[in-house]
Design a protein around this ligand. Structure first.
Ligand SMILES: [Ca+2]
Ligand SMILES: [Ca+2]
Length: 353
């Protein structure tokens, strides 16, 4: 002990957790302080073992989602009484996890659900190549994990989307259930694939090898993959909004005052409208090229748009194809889309003119 400082041996604390430390001194009133003791294991998540109750963790439920969050015996338990009608209608998250651009991280956690279901883990606020990963959780504890890379140093929001399950078994969507989480860890890992800083240009629009540079997002069921040199987007639903099904190319750098030409070829197994836009990705989604309505048929057709970058130079722009619920598609068309349809994209280019 020295003036202003009391050092306590680490062995006093049996585990990570929240401790009340009381200082007793003769002739003085007792003084107490509540202190969180973190494990020294390079875990970037605060209180991932839930030894400190709910510290660091939050839940959000809205729209149709209803949930209650408690920590019992060092385990996070989220009782979902109503799943809502979108995956994001119930969320469980921690914000402000410090990451460094150019590094690779591994997330791992233990989970179970009284009703087996799919959950989505979203890496928000980062430029992680894979923005989301889906896990099928069973009634027994199991450990799940994924690796992701970041190209900037934005703090991570680790967000579990646990509203509507988008998995093949929808039982959880109409059955109250409890999802349990424990030992949530985010650690830097060495030896991951090197992360090249983004070039700022659209480098892969021909899909000759893969869909590198492209992200996808679906509220409903859907998936996008390269098929025979084209980007094939399978849809079995429209969701509730234009953005409910989308593919995008991010980390585009647009320079103020420059004029750009966007070209691509597209077709759809169902005659329908889609939209394409160029905008800032995230935040206010500031539009640089307003959403254009495009009518697709079963024949491949080339489309071309020219726009001038009127906003401030932005290295966080994206080109986004909006494939969900689009104005101008009739109920009949939406039913055809939902019955199973595919959109094909190819030869996408965005060049300064
Ligand atoms: Ca625990
Ligand atoms: Ca191609």
């Amino acid at each position: 002990m020295e003036p202003g400082k009391i050092t306590i041996d680490a062995a006093v604390f049996p585990s990570e957790g929240s401790y009340t430390i009381t200082v007793e001194a003769d002739h003085y009133a007792n003084g107490s302080v509540l202190q969180t003791i973190l494990a020294n294991d390079n875990n970037l998540v605060i209180n991932g073992s839930f030894g400190s109750g709910k510290t660091g963790w939050s839940t959000w439920s809205g729209e149709g989602g209803v949930s209650a969050f408690e920590v019992k015996d060092g385990v996070a338990e989220i009782l979902i009484t109503s799943a809502g009608w979108e995956a994001w209608h119930t969320q469980f998250y921690q914000e402000g996890i410090p990451l460094e651009g150019g590094k690779t991280y591994e997330v791992s956690f233990k989970a179970k659900s009284t009703v087996p279901r799919q959950i989505i883990l979203e890496y928000s606020n980062t430029s992680a190549a894979s923005a989301q990963v889906k896990f099928d959780i069973t009634a027994d504890w199991a450990t799940y994990g994924a690796k992701f890379m970041v190209s900037n140093s934005n703090p991570l929001k680790l967000n579990y989307l646990i509203g509507k399950s988008l998995g093949t078994d929808p039982t959880a969507n109409s059955t109250p259930h409890t999802i349990s989480f424990d030992d949530i860890v985010v650690r830097e890992v060495q030896g991951g694939p090197p992360v090249n800083p983004p070039s700022g240009t659209l480098d892969n629009g021909t899909f000759d090898v893969d869909s590198k540079g492209w992200s996808q997002y679906f509220d409903g069921t859907g998936s996008a993959a390269v098929k025979d040199g084209e980007f094939a987007i399978d849809l079995t639903g429209t969701g509730q909004a234009a953005y409910s099904a989308q593919v995008d190319y991010e980390n585009l750098k647009l320079i103020q005052g420059k004029t750009y030409t966007l070209k691509f070829k597209a077709r759809s197994t169902v005659n329908r409208n889609i939209q394409v836009a160029v905008e800032h990705k995230g935040g206010d989604y500031n539009k640089y090229m307003e959403a254009e309505l495009i009518a697709l048929t079963q024949s491949m057709k080339e489309f071309s748009y020219t726009f001038t970058m009127n906003g401030a130079t932005d290295a966080g722009a994206h080109l986004v194809f909006l494939l969900g619920l689009i104005d101008g598609n009739s109920t009949e068309t939406n039913n055809e889309i939902s019955a199973g349809s595919t959109i094909y994209l190819d030869d996408v280019s965005l060049i300064e003119s």
